[in-house]
Design a protein around this ligand. Structure first.
Ligand code: FAD
Length: 511
């Protein structure tokens, strides 16, 4: 049985691997010249700049995602780096009792506990509660994803699931807690300010901080040395070893259907590639409203198109610098307040700057030199996408103006790096959109709503269309690489079930 897959992002590659393991003949059609989609990095001169991964859930045992990743690539061959400090946040107004204005989000929970109580002993009760919630999360494999066990094992699993009641109790207690509501409970001004600006001034569910931290502590959310593209290439290698075929530089124009059955792909030069099943592992909007002309949508999808119900995850403006200086003594990830607000050409006003110094990945720059990235998240991706489309010279001018401002600020922060810059790059939401087709340049699909238990917004199948499947980070708010592999795996499992095959996750070939 032949399956044509659109997209060689992590979801498409993973689905391809699992389908090959299960005896299907698959072929991927990818518009870009490389695998990975959003999971990417690129080279400029001697420097590598990364446009994606800071941490991967399941980088080591302790999360069932490790088992999942190990199904499609040899995780032991990847060297993961675990940071001691997740982030350094410099405060504007308050210092701690040592006169320091920097707040450290340690990844080791005992260390974090001691640090928080040391700087804010009057908040011991709230701090202990916070740390306890993460300790409870650690007792459970979150999310419980390996649900393809044989019957008897699944009964045992069901019994074990009752243990999740303890987690559920804490989850429901914390579900509505945000960094703002938590900060309100704190008495110490330094700690209060730190939590208020934890998400760059935004109000965000505390689960967004606590869930990853509970895994960081277990050293199961590391950064893959070599970067995002290297990681994606490992999965591509597995796919090819499993017998999969990839066609690069082949954008798919349309999914051809006949009487409600997906039949083939129309690609460049009006070539048609037929298959028994079509799987789109790309952007949801492109798939539903462009490739399928909006013919197979339900009310929910039409609501999402109007941005009712869910918000699109922020897009990003990324400034990358190759600096001929050793910055190993600098914090790898810090955020600091700006003296004056920085206004982006898209109208967003920023009061802080976030700097990522890749001093922990020796593959990114020659010895004694460093790759540095400044990122600004934006909700106004449409501005950049439209400007690039309608006024290319104007787009370049706006990019340059913004770049120069950011460079000045970075130079001030890092202490005179301007003369040492050997390579630069700037990616806007238009860049992310152009290379990956993600709607509004989204970096992770949908923004998680306050209802983290809400059902998937875009389903694995579309109404009224047979022999068609859809998988990508748009299936699950929050997105990210673990969701990309899980959606690819889920869809492969569904296809097996539909074709009366038991789902295999092993392979005869070493990956
Ligand atoms: C700046 C940034 C930081 C991030 N940090 C993290 C992180 O630290 N941890 C984490 O887990 N996640 C992170 N993510 C999110 C993660 O990268 C994504 O959620 C994930 O890669 C999405 O994978 P996907 O396969 O679902 O989609 P995509 O990566 O969008 O893949 C879709 C593929 O389809 C191709 N395609 C689209 N249209 C067509 C067409 N018409 N024809 C042919 N091919 C087509 C695209 O080129 C692409 O290759 C980050 C993302 C960004 C941008």
């Amino acid at each position: 049985m032949k399956i044509n897959i659109i997209g060689a992002g992590i979801s498409g590659l993973s689905a391809g691997c699992y389908l090959q393991m299960n005896g299907f003949e698959t072929e991927i059609f990818e518009k870009h010249s490389i695998p990975g989609g959003l999971c990417t990095s690129w080279k400029k001169g001697d420097y590598t700049f990364d446009g994606c991964v800071h941490w991967i859930l399941g980088s080591d045992k302790g999360s069932s995602f490790y088992k999942m990743w190990s199904e499609v690539l040899n995780m032991k061959k990847i060297n993961f780096h675990n940071h001691d400090v997740r982030m350094q946040i410099d405060l504007k107004n308050n210092a701690n009792k040592y006169g320091e204005k920097s707040f450290y989000l340690y990844t080791n929970l005992d260390r974090l506990n001691n640090y928080l109580i040391d700087v804010a002993p009057e908040d011991t009760r709230e701090i202990n509660r916070l740390i306890k919630s993460m300790r409870i999360m650690q007792k459970f494999d979150l999310p419980p994803v390996m649900d393809d066990l044989p019957f008897f094992q699944s009964i045992v699993r069901g019994i074990k699931m009752t243990r999740y009641l303890e987690f559920l109790y804490w989850f429901l207690r914390l579900k509505n807690e945000t960094n703002y509501t938590f900060a309100q409970k704190l008495k110490n001004p330094f700690l209060k300010e730190a939590f208020e600006i934890l998400y760059d001034g935004n109000e965000v569910s505390m689960l967004v901080m606590t869930m990853p931290l509970s895994v960081f502590d277990q050293k199961s959310a590391g950064y893959p040395i070599g970067g995002s593209l290297n990681f994606a290439k490992r999965i591509e290698e597995s796919y090819v070893k499993l017998g999969g075929k990839i066609n690069y530089n082949i954008p798919v124009k349309k999914i051809i259907t006949e009487n409600g059955v997906a039949k083939s792909l129309l690609v460049r030069n009006n070539k048609i590639h037929s298959a028994d099943i079509i799987l789109s592992a790309t952007d949801w909007y492109y798939t539903a409203f462009e490739a399928l002309d909006g013919k197979f949508v339900d009310k929910q999808m039409l609501k999402l198109k109007e941005l009712k119900g869910l918000e699109v995850f922020y897009s990003v403006i990324q400034f990358s610098f190759g600096i001929g200086a050793d910055l190993s003594h600098k914090p790898h990830f810090s955020r600091f307040p700006l003296e004056e607000p920085l206004i982006s050409p898209d109208g967003t006003s920023y009061s802080r700057m976030e700097v990522h110094i890749y001093n922990y990945d020796p593959t990114f720059a020659p010895a004694g030199k460093t790759s540095v990235v400044v990122s600004y998240y934006t909700k106004n991706a449409d501005y950049w996408i439209a400007l690039r489309k309608n006024d290319r010279p104007g787009y370049r001018i706006k990019k340059k103006e913004f770049f120069d401002k950011v460079l000045e600020l970075l130079d001030k922060r890092l202490g005179g790096i301007k003369e040492k810059i050997e390579a630069t790059d700037m990616a806007t939401p238009a860049t992310f959109y152009r290379y990956t087709n993600n709607w509004k340049g989204s970096t992770q699909g949908w923004l998680p709503s306050s209802n983290l238990l809400a059902p998937s917004p875009v389903k694995y199948t579309f109404p009224g269309l047979k022999n068609f499947y859809f998988s990508s980070h748009w299936n699950q708010p929050g997105g990210g690489l673990p969701i990309a592999i899980k959606t690819g795996r889920d869809v492969a499992k569904m296809i097996c079930k539909k074709n009366n095959k038991s789902f295999r996750t092993t392979r005869d070939t070493e990956v």
